[in-house]
Design a protein around this ligand. Structure first.
Ligand code: ADP
Ligand code: MG
Ligand code: MG
Length: 940
């Protein structure tokens, strides 16, 4: 993928050509250059230009990294440009890198376009060697002229332990910095196993009889440096490099190389970050948070990333370097404490946070360090946040006048809204998680542990909620997964079999909780020293990936209560509900796509309407042939004469009419698309094996089995190898006389009845599985006669249209439109037939592998395959409209509720999307977002 970036900043030629610019001083960059400078570099540049106190430095571009990774060596000119920028940095700091008297030290920091937490490398304190360590000690000890000036650096903060440096704080600090360099450099640059250094450190502490690093004196640390150097030499076959520029160059190379570290590759695959972006490298003058109690380091958020609430959020650690906070070696204090420790720095920090938020117009997170009372800003970025915080913050920023409602809409996503609609565990349940895996499929579930699919089915059959626990799942576990409330695996990530299949089912799943040791044969797992056996209760949170022992109370979503109409958004004291209401209202005002629902019953229709559905895009009629109506269907199939068949249909008619009346009443005034019977007929009959056994047994007993035998013969006759591609849909309607006619009559009569009673019914009759216009013409001719006869003077208008779900229909849409008043894309079947695979068979069989291999970025059943299936949709929409300009276009496959697919359907120019009731709000939101993002704006 070619790096995209703002035109005009390319200063000299193409990458790879002489004179190409690979290094940018912080003052030369800005926040919009993330492709080139990485997120960290671009934001360091932005802060520098805002006048915030950022230690000086420069950024080596992602292009340099790409070139290095492609060729294995630095591109021409890079070394010289680094030398120039280093010289400028040295001038600005008044010190030289690694100078024996007064050394400049730098950090070498990775920073890709997208943040990849913990994945990439950073080396601190570059520039220290056997000589400059002495100079650093002298400077830190209170010598004149350096940055590390001021009071004595003795004593650790917060009584964390006496510094104990007999030879002065400066010296201790310097030797500690040096040993950290050898450690980080050894690990990162030269792949020395980290535990080798840990062992040496432990040995030093043991020898001293102390437990904390802080109890080691300058002399101890000097000796430790010696030990570290030995470790380094043993593992690398060379001495620790003493030349500062060599240290710098090797560190830069290592950061480039860390882009392709195994864990980084894995992370990118999971997060769908392109593999060829590369990382930038930031070289930053070191500032020291470990110079004594008036120094320290911390992180801060301008708002609470969990709830979006305003306030002071962050952690601070006195007398420490940044890595200590991450490593969790010592306990941090809440950021508010800084007000007590160092009021001046605290006030500055708050001021800078406010400025950053106004500037970025969003939640920012920040890394900072205080060196002897002077605050330095080391990093900022627009911070990650929970789904709830995303809505709340967007709402707040509108209130504050920082963004408009379009921007607020742009900043929240349908996926976040969907997350907020799942039930979740009560907030303050006070139960500690015993393990954390990948939140693979959202929701919250409690239930009894089972280890096999069979047991899951068994217990669930008894009405027990169960959680299926496996190391990993495979296609044999499918039934158990269906039966379970939730799924927990100890292996695999977001694309594992368990994750993919659970998401497809909308089932809560935590995958890859590797603290859990699963023993299926013994039907137990161990975690945190405890053993959980079959039947014990556990709770899993598919949003956070957390696993709890025992039952955690589940609560319904407040956002769903709002959509249900149980919460008044204007009066709610829930900031989230208010924010959701406001943004949804705006989405509705902006969207062009109508949103309908897929609903087969009055109850579903009513719920969807509360959720904002503007009609039914797919009312399946299958269920109207099931239950106690099976017998009538059997009669229909076994009919030997026209009269027998007509009798069976006549018996079905009033039942179906009543069903339709209920639906039309619930959707009064709104269109209702009814699909004529679609599945293969044998689905309404008993299974072949069962029937054969029954007949044999009855014959043995000498009972009269004439009827059963006839049925068995019919089932045998109708058995299909590939029912999905068999006698179904319009084919069935054309083969069984009177079947479609009965349905058309039931629909039209119901519409007339409901309309006469005062509500307006707007039926749209949809013919499934059409592949040729002749099929539709035949059905239509018959239907029109019935409609004309039934409608009479009632004023009811009935449309006739078709599903586009067979590829041939899409490709002959111009012809089909001559006979159809509307098209509705059945993208599930279109995907199946477009790809030539059946969902039920393939999703568990090989999708995980295709996702792993990157053949699929995402399952084509989850999100529309734009290039293939999407192209069929586009062709049909264009050619259909060309033939009939007022053709109504909709989509009723599951993709109608998928965020990315909604954007696609907006772009293609459909009139509406239709999705399951629960997805309706997501579709409304995304339909609004599609307008805003297609209009675009310079500010985003
Ligand atoms: P990450 O991307 O993992 O946060 P960073 O590059 O931000 O890695 O660096 C790791 C830690 O080192 C952070 O806490 C950061 O604040 C600290 N750090 C980086 N550069 C410097 C510097 N020049 N002076 C002091 N601390 C630094
Ligand atoms: Mg950082
Ligand atoms: Mg279909």
């Amino acid at each position: 993928m070619a790096a995209q970036r703002t035109a005009g900043h390319r200063l000299a030629g193409q990458a790879g050509q002489p004179g190409h610019k690979y290094v940018y001083a912080f003052a030369e960059g800005n926040k919009d250059l993330k492709d080139l400078l990485g997120g960290k570099g671009a934001n360091l540049a932005e802060m520098t230009n805002l006048g915030l106190p950022v230690p000086p430095g420069f950024t080596i571009t992602t292009e340099a990294c790409q070139a290095y990774l492609a060729t294995g060596r630095e591109p021409d000119g890079l070394a010289a440009q680094i030398a120039d920028h280093l010289a400028a940095l040295e001038r600005a700091m008044g010190r030289r890198l690694g100078d024996p008297q007064d050394p400049l030290l730098v950090s070498v920091r990775s920073g890709a376009k997208f943040s990849m937490p913990g994945m990439m490398e950073t080396v601190l304190n570059v520039g220290l060697n056997d000589r400059s360590v002495v100079g650093l000690a002298a400077q830190a000890g209170g010598g004149p002229g350096g940055a590390a000036t001021g009071r004595d650096a003795g004593g650790a903060a917060d009584g964390a332990g006496p510094d104990g440096a007999a030879s002065g704080g400066g010296e201790r600090f310097a030797w500690d910095s040096y040993r950290r360099l050898i450690q980080m450099f050894g690990k990162t640059v030269c792949e020395v196993p980290g535990e080798e250094f840990e062992h040496a450190l432990d040995a030093a502490k043991r020898a001293k009889g102390v437990t904390s690093d802080l109890d080691l004196t300058a002399d101890d640390l000097r000796e430790l440096v010696g030990a570290y150097k030995k470790v380094f030499a043993t593992h690398t076959g060379r001495d620790f490099p003493q030349d500062p520029r060599e240290q710098l160059d090797l560190a830069i190379r290592a950061v480039f190389g860390s882009w392709n570290a195994e864990r980084a590759v894995l992370y990118r695959r999971q997060e769908r970050i392109p593999a060829d972006l590369g990382t930038a490298v930031n070289v930053v003058a070191m500032v020291f948070g470990n110079l004594g109690p008036d120094s320290g380091t911390g992180v801060a958020f301008t708002r609470d990333p969990a709830t979006g609430n305003q306030g002071i959020y962050g952690d601070y650690l006195a007398n420490a370097q940044g890595e200590d906070v991450v490593a969790g070696i010592r306990n941090t204090v809440p950021l508010q404490e800084l007000a007590r420790i160092d009021r001046r720095s605290y006030d500055h920090l708050l001021d800078f946070m406010a400025r950053l938020e106004r500037h970025y117009r969003d939640l920012c997170d920040i890394e900072f360090t205080i060196e002897r009372g002077k605050l330095w800003m080391l990093q900022t970025r627009v911070g990650k946040r929970t789904a709830a915080a995303a809505f709340v913050i967007a709402g707040q920023l509108v209130d504050e006048g920082l963004i408009d409602l379009d921007e607020a809409l742009h900043r929240v996503t349908g996926a976040q809204l969907a997350q907020l609609m799942f039930p979740r565990f009560q907030l303050d349940h006070g139960i500690d998680a015993v393990a954390t895996g990948v939140g693979a499929s959202p929701g919250a579930a409690s239930g009894k542990v089972v280890f096999t699919s069979a047991r899951a089915v068994e217990l669930a059959g008894e009405g027990e909620p169960v959680i299926l626990v496996r190391r990993e799942t495979n296609p044999d576990d499918l039934n158990g997964m269906i039966a379970a409330r939730g799924i927990l695996t100890s292996r695999g990530g977001k694309t594992s079999h368990a994750a993919v299949v659970a998401r497809g089912m909308g089932k809560t799943c935590v995958s890859g909780a590797d603290e859990i040791d699963v023993n299926v044969p013994q039907r137990r797992f161990t975690v945190a020293g405890q053993t959980v056996t079959e039947g014990d209760v556990v709770s899993v949170d598919g949003t956070t990936g957390k696993v709890y022992l025992g039952e955690v109370p589940v609560m319904p979503s407040e956002v769903v209560r709002y959509f249900e109409g149980d919460v008044d958004p204007e009066r709610s004291d829930d900031a989230l509900v208010r924010a959701v209401h406001r943004i949804m209202t705006h989405a509705d005002a902006r969207r062009r796509l109508a949103v309908r629902t897929n609903a087969d019953t009055g109850a579903d229709a009513a719920r969807a309407r509360r959720f904002g559905a503007e009609g039914i895009g797919l009312c399946r009629t299958e269920h109207m042939f099931l239950g106690d109506r099976r017998e009538l269907v059997e009669r229909l199939i076994l009919a030997r004469t026209d009269t027998e068949r007509a009798d069976a249909l006549a018996a079905l008619l009033p039942l179906q009419r009543a069903d339709f009346e209920e639906i039309f009443r619930e959707m009064a005034g709104q269109p209702v698309t009814v699909r004529l019977i679609d599945p293969p007929l044998h689905e309404f009959l008993p299974p072949l094996e069962q029937l054969a056994v029954d007949v044999a047994v009855a014959q043995e007993r000498g009972e009269d089995v004439a009827r059963e035998e006839a049925l068995l013969a019919a089932v045998r006759r109708m058995h299909e190898e590939n029912p999905m591609l068999g006698l179904r849909g319009v084919r069935l309607g054309l083969v069984i006389p009177g079947l479609f006619a009965m349905q058309v009559r039931a629909i039209t009569e119901a519409a007339v009845t409901v309309t006469r009673a005062g509500s307006v019914a707007r039926p749209e009759i949809m013919v499934p599985l059409v592949g040729a216009v002749q099929e539709l013409e035949t059905v239509r001719a018959e239907a029109e006669k019935i409609i004309a006869e039934v409608v009479g003077e009632s004023g009811v208008e009935v449309l006739i249209g078709t599903m586009i779900e067979v590829p041939r229909a899409a490709l002959t849409a111009g012809q089909i439109a001559e006979a159809a008043q509307f098209f509705s894309f059945g993208t599930n079947d279109l995907t199946q037939m477009g790809w030539g695979f059946s969902r039920d068979d393939v999703e568990g069989a090989f999708f995980w592998r295709y996702l792993e291999l990157g053949i699929f970025g995402i399952s084509p059943f989850e999100s529309i395959d734009r290039d293939g299936v999407g192209r069929l949709v586009r062709i049909a929409a264009e050619e259909g409209r060309a033939a009939r300009p007022d053709l109504k276009l909709g989509i009723c496959g599951e993709h109608g509720g998928d965020p990315d697919s909604v954007h696609f359907f907006h772009d293609v120019g459909l009139d509406y999307v239709s999705c399951s009731p629960f997805r309706v709000p997501v579709a409304r939101l995304e339909a609004g977002r599609a307008v805003v993002s297609s209009e675009g704006s310079d500010s985003r």
